[in-house]
Design a protein around this ligand. Structure first.
Ligand SMILES: N[C@@H](CCC(=O)N[C@@H](CS)C(=O)NCC(=O)O)C(=O)O
Length: 216
């Protein structure tokens, strides 16, 4: 069977490149591991078969010859174990990678998404402007802490790791936001991550899946 990850068959252009199967795609590209995609047909995410694989009906889900997993962070920590390139070198580095995967997902991502998703999905609604300036202040507190940690470092936890894949894909949501420009250390880290060939390969692969299923 090999490695299989789920994605949507197609999403509108504004979401292309942002769907979270970017994370396992990027990790697998860094590790040089082949994979297949399972593109979900409309309605399939609500079906009992898929819910057994991903109980919330979200993407990505992952399986290989040994395990099935859901949640992008869990998937990336598993992929790291499959690869000499991504596996942390010692116990402390492994602990640091785990900490940073969780902090990207539970400490940083909710604030970033809290700021940018209303602008995408609730554009023009009266409450969005006031909420956005509040949400931006909450994001800024996280960027300040992240900037202090990244000062003098290229990556979050020693060498490049799956924690950087998660954090960079989270921060990418801020790439056009003025708040990011106020934190040049974080902005440079984001650019460093996005410049990796593995990111470009993941992006090309995700776009290829959507192009193959584009509505007529
Ligand atoms: N915490 C999940 C979030 C996954 C997620 O938000 N996936 C989105 C696509 S980027 C999705 O499936 N949205 C549809 C839904 O939530 O029903 C993870 O990191 O895997």
């Amino acid at each position: 069977m090999g490695i299989v990850i789920s994605t949507f068959e197609w999403v509108p252009p504004f979401a292309q490149g942002n769907v979270k199967d970017m994370r396992p795609r990027w990790a697998l590209a860094e590790a040089g591991l082949e994979y297949e995609v399972h593109p979900l047909k409309p309605g399939e995410a609500d079906g009992a078969d898929y819910r057994r694989w991903q109980p919330f009906g979200q993407v990505p889900a992952y399986r290989d010859d040994t395990v099935a997993l859901f949640e992008s962070g869990a998937i990336l920590l598993h992929i790291a174990q499959l690869s000499d390139v991504l596996r942390p070198r010692d116990t402390q580095e492994a602990a640091d990678v785990t900490s940073w995967v969780f902090s990207a997902l539970s400490t940083v991502e909710p604030r970033v998404e809290g700021m940018i998703l209303p602008k995408l999905f609730n554009a023009g609604e009266a409450w969005v402007a006031g909420w956005t300036s509040h949400a931006e202040r909450l994001v800024e507190l996280r960027l300040k802490s992240l900037s202090a940690h990244l000062e003098g470092r290229d990556w979050l936890a020693g060498r490049f790791s799956v924690a950087d894949i998660v954090m960079v894909t989270v921060l990418r949501g801020l790439r056009n936001e003025p708040v990011l420009a106020r934190y040049p250390v974080v902005a440079a880290y984001l650019q460093r991550g996005l410049a990796r060939p593995g990111f470009e390969a993941a992006m090309a692969a995700q776009i290829e899946t959507f192009a193959a299923h584009a509505p007529a």
